[in-house]
Design a protein around this ligand. Structure first.
Ligand code: PLP
Length: 373
């Protein structure tokens, strides 16, 4: 048994929090006379839609414990939204609310029973929490874009993320089909992080892994991970869910019940209101579309090239004269804070990720400053 001195905290297995490295640039940007334009983190800034706030408030008097499984009504709303918006037929019993999706991403390998000797695979340029989740479980994290790269390795879990953070890339129907058939041949669980599914701007409409044309109608071995943070400005409420293989969802439910991983009842009520209504999501999407167009034009005129970025909440930008940190510096000197691509993997060494989650006023300020570069 480990003594106090021998014990190795989980935190020691995890990378240093990358955002701390951006702090000096944040200070530089904050010195701009007209204030900082923070396009780094990608946190929603627009109001929580009134009807969602009302639903939360109406459910405020809930002294009892909420259900880990979520109310039946919430699971019906999840199932209804997947059918209405994404042509996915999933039984309400094969859905499960989560405390935002980051929590599930970080704990999924552990909840699936993966550990030392198991491998968790995720894209080379990726949201850092896939790697973190593998490390929390004590499994081996592997960043790989192509399945052939994996050779004989049979992962315990394969993450995909379309539309992707940070690149905005969308995986097409054929690509998704190949992933499903590769995983099925090997008995690998696929978790598809679909938190930007509704934010497609150009090209092919983003598809869920659970779409019948992708998976042939069977959800065996497949989990779709969703979030209301961006679609409905609910990042502060912590509102996400997972849906897919009924047996896997039941396994997650049983473990989460024991661990107290339950969504507060008022948040469950707000989630229902959000999922039953498309109007607020469409309005929010239009806001992001306008900001995206303005920032894209301004960056291109200032010499940055945009790659992918056909969906999601970010522009993936590179400049011929700078590496990622060079771009961060030049933009910070103009009071604009962006994230260096290397936060998402070594393949991002020349790119920056520019979020369009800033108010119209701040986006206009960024556009003006970029024109002066
Ligand atoms: C790819 C991806 N997955 C998951 C999340 C987590 O979102 P949340 O925990 O707010 O649902 C984010 C947040 O930015 C993300 O970019």
């Amino acid at each position: 048994m480990a003594t106090m001195a021998e014990r190795r905290p989980v935190a020691d297995r995890l990378p240093t929090f990358p955002w701390d490295r951006l702090a000096p640039y944040k200070e530089t940007a904050a010195q701009h006379p007209d204030g900082i334009v923070d396009l780094s983190v990608g946190t929603p800034v627009d109001p929580v839609p009134p009807r969602l706030r009302a639903a939360l408030a109406e459910a405020a008097d809930t002294p009892g414990y909420p259900q880990t499984y979520g109310t039946r009504a919430l699971r019906e709303s999840i199932s209804g939204w997947l059918a209405r918006r994404h042509q996915v037929q999933v039984d309400p019993d094969a859905t499960l609310p989560t405390i935002g999706s980051k929590e599930l991403v970080a704990w999924l390998p552990t909840l699936l029973g993966l550990g030392p000797g198991d491998t968790v695979v995720f894209p080379e340029l990726a949201y850092p929490t896939y790697d973190v989740g593998a490390r929390i479980a004590g499994a081996t994290p592997v960043a790989a874009d192509s399945l052939t790269q994996l050779g004989p390795v049979r992962p315990g879990l394969l993450w995909i993320n379309s539309p992707a953070n940070p690149t905005g890339r969308v995986l097409g129907l054929e690509h998704l089909r190949k992933v499903v058939s590769w995983a099925r041949e090997r008995g690998v669980v696929v978790a598809s992080d679909e938190c930007y599914l509704e934010l497609g701007w150009e090209g092919e409409r983003p598809l869920s892994i659970l779409h019948p044309e992708v998976c042939g109608g069977s959800h065996e071995g497949l989990l779709a991970v969703h979030s209301l943070s961006k679609r409905s400005n609910l990042a502060g409420y912590r509102a996400g869910f997972v849906a897919g293989d009924p047996a896997l969802v039941q396994q997650l439910l049983q473990a989460r019940k024991h661990a107290g991983m339950m969504v507060p009842a008022p948040v469950q009520a707000a989630m229902r209101a959000a999922l039953d209504d498309d109007e607020h999501a469409e309005e929010q999407k239009q806001r992001y579309a306008a900001r995206r167009t303005q920032l894209r034009d301004a960056l291109e005129k200032a010499g940055w090239q945009i790659t992918h970025s056909e969906a999601g909440l970010y522009l993936w930008a590179s400049h011929p004269d700078y590496d990622a940190w060079g771009s961060v510096r030049v933009l910070a000197e103009q009071g604009i804070l962006v994230a260096p691509g290397e936060f998402y993997g070594p393949a991002g060494a020349r790119h920056v990720r520019v979020a369009f989650t800033a108010t119209d006023e701040r986006v206009a300020a960024a556009v003006k400053r970029l024109a002066e570069l």
